[in-house]
Design a protein around this ligand. Sequence first.
Ligand SMILES: Nc1nc2c(ncn2[C@@H]2O[C@H](COP(=O)(O)OP(=O)(O)OP(=O)(O)O)[C@@H](O)[C@H]2O)c(=O)[nH]1
Length: 687
Amino acid sequence: MESLIMVMNKLQDVFATVGSKQKVDLPQIIVVGSQSSGKSSVLESLVGKSFLPRGTGIVTRAPLVLHLIHPTECETGNGDSKKSKDYATFLHKPGVIFNDFNKVRKEIETQTEVLTGGQKNITDSPIVLNIYSKQFYNLSFVDLPGLTKVPVSGQPQDIEQKIRDLVLNFIKNPNSIILAVVTANTDPATSESLHIAKSVDPNGDRTIAVVTKIDIMDAGTDATELLSGEVIPVKLGIIGVINRSQKDINDQKTIEHSLKDEKAFFDKFYPDIAQIHGSVVLGKRLEFLLIEKIKETCPKLRAQLYEMNNKYEHEVKKYKEFTENYDRSLLDLITQTAASYKAGLDGRADLSFKGLNGGATIAKYFKTNFNKDINEIDPLQGLSADIIINVINNASGTNMGVFMPTDAFDHLVKKQIQLLEAPSLACVTTVHDELATNICRLDDDISYKLKKYPRLFEKVNEILLESLARYKLKSSEAVSKLIEYQKAYVNTDHVDFIESITKSNEYHELFEKPANMGKLGKFEEEAREEGFAELPNYYNSQEEMLSHKNEIKSWPKSITLKMRKTVEKITTCAFSGFPDSDKLILESRAGLLTLFIKCYFVVIKKIIQDTVPKTIMYEMVNKIKDNFHKDLITKVYKSSNLNMAELLLESKDIEDERIKSVNRYDASTKALKLMREIEQICLITES
Ligand SMILES: Nc1nc2c(ncn2[C@@H]2O[C@H](COP(=O)(O)OP(=O)(O)OP(=O)(O)O)[C@@H](O)[C@H]2O)c(=O)[nH]1
């Protein structure tokens, strides 16, 4: 019967060595208790040896999986002096025999440091220790860090939560037996171990309580009530033990001696129940419970292992498929890569993909960021009133004409149109970068296959970037041309321009509300009185006046009349000897010019917001979608400096993954074999 636990131990080791992606709920005894409750002492009494690290603070910082093994002849090794006595081995030190249990303690301490990275932190990576002794039963435990509330210096503040999480992770395994250590000298209602056990096993169906420190209870109190099961609601039993006190340990009292004293203590103080308490009873009870648990969980465990084995077998086959048929599938892979890349832009890619795909990202960028960048450009950026007046003066030359100089408008508006080039070119760059990253959004399956061959992946990336660089150049040239086109001809007849002017507030202020015209308004009546008839007197000749009339005609028709009126008023003012007339004329012209620039800019912004995305789509996005496949085939196959063998080198990561996958499959096959052995033993013992 003992060998049932031994086979289960082997099963545990299989998973401890190889690890498993999937959790396997193996039957285990998990020791849980608050700090200094006596967990280590209980384990040492069961083992009959002092071998666990002691000290202040949190001593146990890694799960310790402890297998107690009753060795067979073969394991004691006939003639092997090292194995002739009790000895220990660690799973992480294969082949090393520990006869000295002080060295076992040291090794646990050293390995704890290795696993926790030298910090006072805790880890969930287990240390697996086998102790071989003819003296005891086969048993297996997991010893965990003590539940604590106060971090010691150097320990993370959340240590309490970390320990709780670690303990919970072990005890929530429905096939585990919770060995809750409870101290007799404190109120069981405050016992941390019972509390945490209850959170995963509310009815106490898989919890056994071990009561320590009965010997140091307050004078006048005794543990009869506690040990009889009236206080603690657990179903697997309550067993009292007397461990060595600190003084006993300091005095180097042997465990053998302590076990004798323990028996004497129960015989003397609890004669009626002495037979069912003590470390020896505890050991036997735990062995019985573990065997029962193994039998009970066998069918479920077998099904779980079977499923796991199938899954790993499938995974291993997948690796083989890639490595063996690579040549044949290179072309397929390139085709799939280009198709997946295109699908990412067309929006038909993996719908489960979290976040936006490449195509959607670009569309969103056009609609929001690019439009915003353009809208945010101030149409008068860099144009102070002085600059505008200066340009008007220069455009008028020596002749201080009365009408709006079109040259000044042309000059200024073209200067402002140029401001649109930088955000448009930035848009080209952003889309380019998005197209470059789109390679990271291939379908999982293709991306996985491609990354398996890093050189090939690198080559694919290189080809993509080369093509994109070409298309980016063309896009930038085309976008710059769009700006040039706008600068080539200033179309003041554009319907949107006229509409924009008439809808503007400034226009309304200047022409529709004479009352708000300020100084100009004062002369409005005079202007009306003197009339346009006076105006020809201003010009030196009829010819000159006519030339100005032509100038008026070059402005959009719908505004000409009103504009003319204003200019007329200004001119009249000049005639009437108003002292600031020149200044007034200039300011009024500058106001008009500013309004026209603003309104014309609205039109151009709309055109740019519409045509830049179209140009980028044509020159870059659609080109890469249509030509990526062709570019890949041409460059991967035809490039003379390409060494195919190099392209086919498997990545180190994937190679490691493949090895791990094979190991996992081997381990699960081994586990299934052990499971069959366990089932055999169960059958024999039942019949
Ligand atoms: N008198 C007496 N002392 C005990 C008993 N059990 C444990 N002790 C003492 O209590 C102290 C803590 O015991 P440990 O076995 O180290 O407790 P632990 O739960 O393993 O402690 P941590 O691993 O630090 O959480 C030691 O000084 C033991 O000697 C007992 O039954 N009686």
